[in-house]
Design a protein around this ligand. Sequence first.
Ligand code: SAH
Length: 484
Amino acid sequence: MNKGKAYIIGAGPGDFELLTLKAKRVIENADCIIYDRLISPNILDLPKSTAELIYLGKENTEGGLIQDEINQTLVKKCLEGKNVARVKGGDPFVFGRGGEEIDALVENGISFEVIPGITSSISVPAYAGIPVTHRGLARSFHVFTGHTMENGKWHNFENIAKLEGTLVFLMGVKNLDLIVSDLIKNGKSSKTPVAIIEKGATRKQRVSVGTLENILKIAEKNKVKSPAITIIGEVVNLRETFSWFEPKESSKKILITRDKKQAKEMSKLVLNKGGIPIELPFIEIEELKISTENLKKYSAILFNSPNGVKSFFKNIEDMRILANIKIGAVGAKTKEVLESLKIVPDFMPEEYMVDRLAEEVVKFTNRNNNILIVTSDISPADLDKYNSLYERNYEKIVAYNTKKIKVAKDEINEKFEDIDIITFLSSSTVEAFYESINGDLKVLENKKIASIGPMTSETLRKYGIKVDYEAKKYTAEGLLDVIF
Ligand code: SAH
């Protein structure tokens, strides 16, 4: 079997959008993702659905145990023929142990690429409004680990205290007292400004500012926790003018439950609104092959969902086959997708219901005409009823299946932990969700529920779930408009 390739990838600090384009492309194509806890959770929405996701990497483990496990897993997966994205916070070579992983790969004859990332050592200060160098203030910056070595050996602080540039300590929370006292002991002015930035570039970023003299007290009072960057030097004072990033602890975290492909589009909309999207699909759309041979016999074709349009038109080779066929659609989004294909629907009922669509087509057709309804496997179209009510010959074609996904309880609990609002864009997602949680609504405590429209709201209420937001316009955009 051919060996897979390994990609040692830096994902940047907390802000998802600081991922490089190259990293994004590789992660999207990888067969296996091995990641640590410093990366933005949004990155895990990128891999293809078949990719294996492996979480390995407690922060700050020194014993080397976890690292051995990472190396072995990386090698093993590549030997299985998988292309593996090893994704880590910041840059892989800045205290990222990327080199050790490469050693293991080389030993096993596995080829690899390194994709550098934006290291937290410069970007986290930047998010706190602190430039690591500045004309007239700092002509160099120096990055240290705040850990002592296994044998207890420590940096040479006699030399460090003499440096005129900015000092940056990663992993410096535990030994802050040592860092501060060794600097002062070796002659650094106790008035030197210090900032500690926790969870930089995330909505939980917090900055504590002081001087070498008082920073210990401040850190203690604020209960400063890892991951944090400690930055020491005059540049810290620039923060007063340069501070720009407002961590929005209040920015809404939105859970997106729809099909993976559509979730991507919705995530972008959420980001544009200033929210944080988390994807957890509960349904999967499976597009079906359909025969288009007999389409000419229909006087009208009715679409009741954007997915129906997309799947149907993938089967059409020559659009002229539809000439002279009336087209009806329900839903603003269905219309939008049709129009992107240069088809303007002839009619659209006010109400978003396939029944109304079947009724309205009467005006555009004659008795005994053939009418085709393009639907999903779970669509409620009642052909017999329409046939007898409207004296036409209704037929339906299933253009896609809506498959429920059974999401593991653990995954639900983990993703729901931080979520503010859960969005449902169809009744089938509500059903799939309800089945996944086995009817145990406890996960919804303190969460708000958003529904795309009356039908989905009705399904939610049927299961005892209260609806906090309902869209006025029944599209993803419409739903976000009522949330934000
Ligand atoms: N390779 C990473 C660093 C790994 S060491 C990089 O280049 O950024 C882990 C340390 O990085 C943490 O203990 C902390 O000091 C720092 N760190 C990483 N991400 C951070 C963030 N978002 N906010 C604050 N510190 C961070």
